[in-house]
Design a binder for this molecule. Structure first.
Ligand SMILES: [Zn+2]
Length: 215
């Protein structure tokens, strides 16, 4: 009953253009354009070697509509994106979880100072929803312990050094198969820095899934 009332009174918004949309939070034109960015076999590992990461995956190419969807979710309004996240990617995620026996989900953490600014912590909200939907524990064991410059603001040769000692694993994490969630993979340095800490913390296998892959 509550569900029916909720549906009557909340008109879904398109996660890209925020116009009225269908139940999957997409209007027809944005759906076509988003489909064009879809990676063909999202449950197959992407062809990119990332240090300390066992396998990495992505569902969309970071271009056109997919890129706009992520940018708007981060800087304008995350609600339509998050409301429909699982419609897009639950098949991908379920396959990735089962083929790698994933037993813990984490997100690439942001420094707490970021939360005071305008930017929204998209990876953690994505990871919480994915973990709940797939019935796998979500952990906040990875913490960002110092501020870093924005990766995309730096020349490529400085991006790796920017992340040295930026992350820390807190608590006892060992012998797990962990999926790290992020919104975009670009160089892979950030998830690599997170994976390094997770591997130092114990005999963990570390996998990564990002909504988009920026090649
Ligand atoms: Zn739209």
């Amino acid at each position: 009953m509550a569900d029916i009332l909720k549906r009557l009174f909340t008109v879904p918004k398109c996660k890209h253009c925020f116009k009225p949309a269908d139940r999957e939070n997409l209007c027809d034109s944005c759906r076509d354009m988003l489909d064009n960015c879809r990676i063909k076999n999202p449950a197959l590992p992407i062809n990119k070697k990332i240090d300390m990461v066992n396998e990495s995956y992505a569902s969309y190419k970071y271009e056109k509509r997919a890129r706009q969807v992520i940018t708007r979710a981060k800087f304008q309004n995350p609600a339509p994106f998050l409301a429909s996240l699982l419609d897009d990617i639950s098949i991908d995620i379920n396959r990735i979880l089962s083929q790698n026996n994933i037993d813990m989900v984490v997100s690439v953490p942001c420094h707490k100072s970021k939360l005071y600014r305008q930017e929204f912590d998209l990876p953690s909200e994505m990871a919480k929803r994915i973990a709940k939907h797939c019935n796998v524990p979500y952990s906040v064991c990875v913490v960002k312990v110092r501020r870093t410059d924005k990766q995309h603001s730096l020349p490529k040769e400085k991006r790796k050094a920017n992340l040295v000692n930026a992350f820390e694993v807190q608590g006892n994490v060992s012998g797990r198969n962990i999926l790290v969630i992020d919104d975009v993979i670009t160089t892979g340095y950030t998830v690599s820095a997170v994976a390094t800490e997770l591997k130092l913390a114990g005999r963990n296998r570390v996998y990564v899934w990002a909504y988009t892959l920026n090649t």
